[in-house]
Design a protein around this ligand. Structure first.
Ligand code: ZN
Ligand code: ZN
Length: 148
């Protein structure tokens, strides 16, 4: 956690921003998430024990966390953006269910290699990639969603 606090602190300093106590609270909460989260999840879990942090503060801190490289935007589904932490988490790709919002993580070496090959073909230097597949999970298909 210290590493992330330092990184965020340095980033804020470079931007001429202060590492306010509110930002510390938001960062600490973000670091406690092991899975994907969205802005509302973050706000609600903070609000449970800290009523001083406004929704606006949480919403304004998220882009700073993304810019600083501590979290990434994982995927967008039905107007909601999911985020996840970067440090200490292995690269993976995502499937998201349009029915229930479930996120399935996967990693396949063949896919990773193929992407590297494609980049080579286009003489493109890959820094990162994010693959998101939208569709319907097994349970939602069983309920009749996603037909046609
Ligand atoms: Zn589903
Ligand atoms: Zn993920």
């Amino acid at each position: 956690m210290r590493q992330e606090e330092d990184e965020f602190g340095n980033y804020l300093k470079k931007q001429g921003l202060k590492f306010t106590p509110e930002r510390v609270v938001v960062l600490d909460k973000v670091l406690s998430f092991k899975k994907h989260f969205n802005a509302d999840d973050l706000y609600e879990s903070i609000h449970k024990y800290n009523k001083k942090i406004s929704r606006a503060t949480v919403y304004r801190t998220i882009p700073l966390l993304v810019e600083s490289g501590l979290i990434i935007e994982t995927l967008r589904c039905q107007g909601r953006v999911s985020y996840e932490r970067v440090i200490g988490f292995e690269h993976h790709d995502h499937m998201v269910c349009l029915g229930c919002g479930k996120i399935i993580e996967f990693k396949d070496d063949r896919l990773e290699e193929l992407q590297a090959e494609i980049c080579e073909r286009y003489e493109f230097k890959q820094v990162e990639h994010r693959l998101g597949i939208r569709g319907y999970c097994k349970e939602c298909v069983a309920k009749g969603l996603g037909k046609g």
